[in-house]
Every structure is written in C-alpha cells, then in structure tokens.
Design a protein around this ligand. Structure first.
Ligand SMILES: *[C@@H]1O[C@H](CO)[C@@H](O)[C@H](O)[C@H]1NC(C)=O
Ligand SMILES: *[C@@H]1O[C@H](CO)[C@@H](O)[C@H](O)[C@H]1NC(C)=O
Length: 130
C-alpha cells in the first residue's frame, strides 16, 4: 500500500470551485475508513460542487453519496484542534469512472496517513490494506 504522510499546516484554505457546468448528474459514493484517528474535530470531503462535514470515530467508516455533474478533484481534510489540519492527495473522478471509492485514514504522531482512493470491491467489502 502506498501511504503518504503529510504534516500539519496552519489555517485551512477550503475554498472550492464556484464554477458550475451543465451536465448529466450521477451518483458518486465515497467511503472514509478511519483506522485510528481519535482526536480529530471533524472531517471534510471537498469535491466538485460538494462539501460534506462529518465525524467518524476510530474503527468506523463514513459513507456518503454525492450528486455530481462533472469530472473533478476530491480531497479529504482531517481537522484538529488549534486550526491544524491534514489534507489528502487529490483524486480526479470523472463521470465515466467507477462510482464507489474508499480511502483509509491512519494516525501517526504529528501526521495523518492517507491511503490512495481505491475502488470498493464487487462484493461490497472494504479492501483492508496492511
Ligand atoms: C463533530 O463532533 C464535534 C465534537 O463533538 C461537534 O462539535 C461537531 O458539530 C460535529 N460535526 C459534525 C459535522 O457532525
Ligand atoms: C495507527 O495505525 C497505523 C497502522 O496500523 C500504525 O502504524 C500507527 O502506529 C497507529 N497510530 C497510533 C497512534 O497508534
């Protein structure tokens, strides 16, 4: 598994694109599996025309289906007390792409580890890496 460790940076800039394009809408379901992040204040998924704030405790998985109209980037932010946050690698998901993606989140001292977004298996089970 390719794990990317990212250090905290100060003062989140969570601006999302305000542009809107007409298009056929489709459903995109994203899962965030929190392995052992216990002190986050909240999580934020930001993607094309969508933002979802949520809490997911260690050992649990958040699931949300978004209505999407166009191809674009998806990023997960993990927010911590004191305006600290960790930001996942961005993933571009298009309308023609797979509809269900999972990202795993790990906690390390001073850093968050994000897996790459990977497809939910056909049986509907999570791929557990490592
Ligand atoms: C997440 O939990 C925090 C602390 O319990 C709470 O203040 C916040 O409103 C929750 N956020 C969401 C999106 O549920
Ligand atoms: C969280 O889980 C990862 C992967 O199992 C592990 O390497 C890491 O040490 C854990 N973090 C803490 C703070 O226990």
């Amino acid at each position: 598994m390719r794990l990317q460790l990212l250090i905290f940076v100060l003062f989140a800039n969570l601006a999302t694109s305000r542009k809107h394009y007409k298009g056929r809408k489709y459903d995109l379901t994203l899962f965030v599996r929190n392995h052992n992040v216990s002190d986050a204040t909240f999580f934020r998924l930001v993607g094309v025309d969508n933002t979802a704030d949520f809490n997911v405790s260690a050992g649990n998985t958040f699931e949300h289906t978004f209505e999407v109209r166009r191809k674009g980037f998806w990023t997960l932010f993990v927010e911590f007390p004191g305006d600290r946050y960790a930001k996942s690698p961005r993933k571009i998901i298009s309308r023609d792409s797979y509809r269900k993606w999972v990202m795993e989140v790990y906690y390390y001292p001073g850093a968050v580890g994000f897996s790459e977004w990977h497809k939910l298996s056909r049986r509907g089970e999570m791929h557990i890496h490592g």
